[in-house]
Structure formats: C-alpha cells, structure tokens
Write a protein that binds this ligand. Sequence first.
Ligand code: 5GP
Ligand code: ZN
Length: 156
Amino acid sequence: MWRRCIFCMIARGEAPAHVVYEDDGVLAFLDIHPSAPGHTLIIPKAHVARVEDLSEEDASALFKALHRLVGRIQDAVDAPSSTIGVNNGPESGQEVPHVHIHVIPRFRGDRGGIIQGIVRSGRRPIQEEMQRIAEKIKELSAADTKLAHYAPGHIK
Ligand code: 5GP
Ligand code: ZN
C-alpha cells in the first residue's frame, strides 16, 4: 500500500468514499466526478499501477467483482447498458496510478461515444503490418498461449 495514494487511503478507510462492494482483495466505490449516475470504480486493495503488473489472483478477483457488480450498478440507476474501461498508463489518461476499472452506466441518447472512438488512427490497416504485430504478440505470449495452430489472419 502506498501512503499517499488516494485509492489506497480509501481502501484503508482513511479517506471517505461511497463504497458499494468489498471482498478480501477488491473494493468498489462511486467515482467522485461521475461521468454518469452510478459511475463506479473497482480496485484491487493492493497498490498496483498497471493491469499488466497485477498478480493473477488480483486480476481474477477484479474481473469476478466486475462480473458480480455490473448488472447491479446498471439496475441501481435504471441504465440499460454500461461502458467498462481501464485507463492503463499515463498516455491513456490514467490520473490515479492505482489500477481501477471504470463502470459507466449508459443511457439511450446520452450522446456518449464508444471505446474505439478514443483514438482513431485515420488510416486503413495494412495487412502485412497486422500480420507482423499479431506474430509479435504471439511470440511474446508463446509460453502461455494456445494459438499456435491458427492460420495467418484467422479471426477468432
Ligand atoms: P483515471 O485515473 O482512470 O483517469 O481516473 C481516475 C478517476 O478517479 C477519475 O474519474 C476521478 O474522478 C476519480 N477520483 C479521483 N480521486 C478520487 C477520490 O478521492 N475519490 C473518488 N471516489 N474518486 C476519485
Ligand atoms: Zn494505491
């Protein structure tokens, strides 16, 4: 835990928050500047800045809590849908360097966008480049992936 991290302080009960869920490893509370009513943050209690640095246990616990909570968050504010996202690293806009999943309830006509709209490359994908990137990701994941038998360009 970090002494001066605001989310660690909330997890320790040293800063106030509208807590909506807690288990051994996870806490969820309302965002102080909600993008929509019911905007909730789900965090690991352990101080970890980025998703890739979470322990497998905390990663599983986070997604499990998300799975449990998302429908209830939507129901609490009569939202038919939600956008779920993580700002992962400063270049993505992450301001609090403690992993948190945003659950933002969405409403018909709320004029919000889609996650893919955050960044637009503005150019058509080049097949060779996609192939090269896919190969690189597979190579880096080789120890724990089962994708070896897919043909190039296979769409899962
Ligand atoms: P991000 O780091 O993903 O850009 O966003 C951090 C989020 O945490 C923001 O939406 C912000 O409103 C929220 N936040 C920052 N400080 C506090 C706080 O002290 N309490 C609560 N409940 N939310 C906070
Ligand atoms: Zn922290």
